[in-house]
Design a binder for this molecule. Structure first.
Ligand SMILES: NC(=O)c1ccc[n+]([C@@H]2O[C@H](COP(=O)([O-])OP(=O)(O)OC[C@H]3O[C@@H](n4cnc5c(N)ncnc54)[C@H](O)[C@@H]3O)[C@@H](O)[C@H]2O)c1
Length: 262
């Protein structure tokens, strides 16, 4: 077990990919905090984990709310005694207006996907600084690179200019910037900050928002010729949270079945 005795906070863990990070981290020996605005789903997962003798706590918190995040970090430290890892996984795109880009929606995406990452990281920083150790894992996306999720069929379908898909991509490019900047600033406290950029992953949200033909086009351009399932990303997160990556910081691991190779 690679995470024995470690304590991890996973935002947006009530469903989808975050849920798989939580389940895998528990299998690897970690205690997990399932942080989400979907509190009932988070509680259901907590029950599922504790029924299997794993350690978990569900906490309702919005990653755009600084006070809720501070209370969340305190609750985790009080409950489990320390905070070793934070996965900044919460983000919005399930209600993305793919074909258009309203300013209001753009602000909402930036608030959750960008400021949410910064606020949650700041909330755990005092605990990690005191321990002089920690690993922050920010979930970016291959959407951070404009060409990677815009195969020709999608490009021709665009209305032109900046679309909702671009707003999401901009937010994820900012996540990569934050990862590098925080890695530089937190390094002295022995806190590592890395990112994972997943490719198309068949979560419920993806199935809901992304048209089948778009998914097929993306799979068609991937070297391995397949989409990811949510559990396919957990190994990279375990690696970044574990001591196996002790000398890695400021990096972005692309896990996308070879969609974006460059
Ligand atoms: N699914 C994909 O194809 C894909 C590809 C690349 C990157 N990603 C990234 O992976 C992560 C997880 O994606 P997913 O497909 O599991 O999405 P999802 O929508 O299924 O899960 C996101 C979770 O975040 C929670 N959340 C949303 N806003 C929140 C807020 N303000 N505060 C707290 N929790 C909030 C939601 O309630 C939900 O449980 C996201 O960062 C997403 O951008 C997904």
């Amino acid at each position: 077990m690679k995470l024995q005795g470690k304590v991890a906070i996973i935002t947006g863990a009530a469903q989808g990919i975050g849920r798989e990070y939580a389940l895998r981290f528990v299998e690897e020996g970690a205690a997990v905090a399932i942080v989400d605005t979907r509190l009932q789903q988070a509680r259901d997962l907590e029950q599922e984990i504790t029924a299997r003798k794993g350690r978990a706590i569900a906490i309702g918190a919005d990653v755009t709310n600084e006070a809720q995040l501070a209370a969340m970090a305190k609750q985790v430290a009080d409950c489990f005694g320390r905070i070793d890892a934070l996965i900044n996984n919460a983000a919005i795109y399930y209600d993305l207006e793919l074909g258009r880009a309203s300013l209001e929606y753009g602000r909402k995406v930036m608030d959750v996907n960008v400021f949410g990452v910064m606020l949650a990281s700041w909330a755990v920083f005092p605990y990690m600084e005191r321990q002089h150790s920690g690993s922050i894992i920010n979930i970016a996306s291959i959407a951070a690179w404009p060409g990677a999720i815009s195969p020709p069929p999608m490009r021709s379908a665009r209305a032109g200019g900046i679309t909702g898909g671009d707003l999401y991509g901009i937010s994820k490019a900012a996540v990569i910037y934050i990862t590098q900047s925080m890695a530089l600033n937190f390094g002295k406290s022995n806190i590592r900050v890395n990112a994972i950029a997943p490719g198309v992953t068949m979560s419920e949200a993806t199935r809901k928002v992304v048209a089948g033909r778009f998914i097929e086009a993306l799979i068609g351009q991937s070297a391995l010729g397949r989409a990811l399932e949510p559990r396919d990303l957990a190994g990279a997160a375990v690696f970044l949270a574990s001591d196996d990556s002790a000398l890695m910081t400021g990096q972005c691991l692309v896990v996308d079945a070879g969609c974006k190779i460059s």
